[in-house]
Design a protein around this ligand. Structure first.
Ligand SMILES: Cc1cc2nc3c(=O)[nH]c(=O)nc-3n(C[C@H](O)[C@H](O)[C@H](O)COP(=O)(O)O)c2cc1C
Length: 213
């Protein structure tokens, strides 16, 4: 951030300059460490009871892209030219993370033991009473948040993205070796160095989407 740019302007610039890019410079490879850093930042996203119900399959090898391409339909250019495709999946069994997340919080001194015990009991009991559909609904909201944060993070790192919903959601989990009952595809996100400007896109006026009470 330059000395003259305050936090608000800086954030505004990231948000306003993000746009979907559908063609990338195929010669630019984002190093794994940098992609990992971006995903790490994205996972600062909030999630329901902090269960972090997401899984990222990062496809950046020629072999991985060959497997993805037949599933990408009209979005093939993003697959062939991007540095990587981040396939985001909602984990419908994120309750499996519960003990680790809450124990680690105690270990790190960010949560008292008694709070952990109360929360773990409450959350696991609650989880047992809800249907898979309800778990998925919760997980999908959380995955929207983490996906958006990944795209903003990528922009801040000097890259561009395209969230993609137009792909074969029936086959993607098993194509990449995931249990398709547990992991539900949310979107795939192309990330790389833009090779075109993309389009600016219209947003509805704020007073048409806001109600005040
Ligand atoms: C869930 C989701 C699915 C999308 N699917 C596609 C897609 O399959 N192909 C594509 O080119 N763009 C896709 N987009 C991008 C939208 O077209 C784009 O975000 C929208 O037009 C606004 O433009 P902007 O991202 O440049 O602000 C998708 C966006 C979202 C959020």
């Amino acid at each position: 951030m330059s000395q003259t740019m305050n936090r608000k302007d800086f954030f505004r610039q990231i948000v306003e300059e993000r746009r979907s890019i559908r063609k990338y410079d195929p010669n630019v490879k984002i190093p794994h460490e940098e992609l990992e850093e971006m995903v790490t930042l994205a996972t600062r996203a909030p999630s329901s009871t902090n269960l972090q119900p997401w899984k990222f399959v990062i496809i950046d090898s020629a072999e991985g892209k060959d497997k993805l391409l037949p599933l990408a339909g009209y979005n093939s250019t993003q697959v062939t030219t991007s540095s990587a495709i981040v396939a985001v999946f909602a984990d419908t069994e994120s309750v499996e993370n519960l003990e680790e997340i809450y124990s680690k919080s105690v270990e790190l001194g960010i949560m008292p033991q008694e709070v952990k015990e109360r929360q773990v009991k409450q959350i696991s009991a609650g989880y047992q009473t809800i249907s898979r559909k309800q778990k998925l609904d919760v997980a999908l909201v959380d995955n929207g948040l983490v996906s958006m944060l990944f795209m903003l993070t990528a922009k801040a790192y000097g890259y561009d993205t395209n969230p993609i919903g137009g792909y074969d959601k029936i086959h993607i989990a098993e194509t990449f070796g995931l249990d398709k009952e547990r992991y539900v595809p949310v979107m795939i996100i192309a990330v790389g160095k833009a090779a075109e400007e993309g389009y600016s896109s219209y947003r509805l006026p704020v007073d048409s989407v806001v109600e005040w009470h």
